[in-house]
Write a protein that binds this ligand. Sequence first.
Ligand code: SAM
Length: 232
Amino acid sequence: LFVDHPLGAGQPVPLTREQAHYLFSVMRLGAGAEILLFNGQDGEWRAEISEAGKRGGEAVCAERTRAQEMPPDLWLLFAPIKKARTDFIVEKAVELGVRRIVPVQTRFTNSERIRQDRLQAHAVEAAEQCGACFVPEVTELARLDRLLDGWPAERALLFCDEAEAGSRSSALAGVLAPAAVLIGPEGGFSEPERARLGAMDQTRVIALGPRILRADTAAVAALTLWQATNGD
Ligand code: SAM
């Protein structure tokens, strides 16, 4: 269970109303039951429920069961698409292991607003389900051109370009963290965007096989390929 609270031996940790509902009503746990807690910094802790109420509760940390693990310093930049597919992308990015998720607004991005809090909550849920012990930050929607203006010199930008579909690219080999995968919207990238990305030193143009993939498939494929070749 993810908690926004320090964890340490003997540390009491408050449980929110939602967590209380899940633990005490859905899972039917009560005082004395053991649960696992993480906060993304202090590792994973076994804790004992000390208070079980309708509006909240408390657990007391007993011992650390895992040291803090961090995913490699890989970011996912993607243009938000329909709600369910955006949720899917966030969920899979957490499972596959990224440090940060950045929704980007490109020339052909369909949505101009996102519910950042909802996507962050989704990331928490995904981390809890896959035992990740770390929740990547989901940032606010950022404009691609502004992001590129301040792009760090040392961070490789893995530009997944649908125009490369069909070519065989080995550009992923040896691209170590820090890195970022960039996936475009349903409409793809505009020519000026493609030209700007192509001119940057940090850019590696990535082809994801013979066919044009949907954005959610492309995100999963690119993250999997990077993790398989360069992840740790
Ligand atoms: N409308 C575009 C077209 O017809 O050319 C397709 C965009 S595709 C649905 C969405 C995004 O997935 C692309 O912007 C790209 O980032 C990624 N993508 C899809 N297939 C790809 C491939 N074969 N190679 C590299 N990137 C791909």
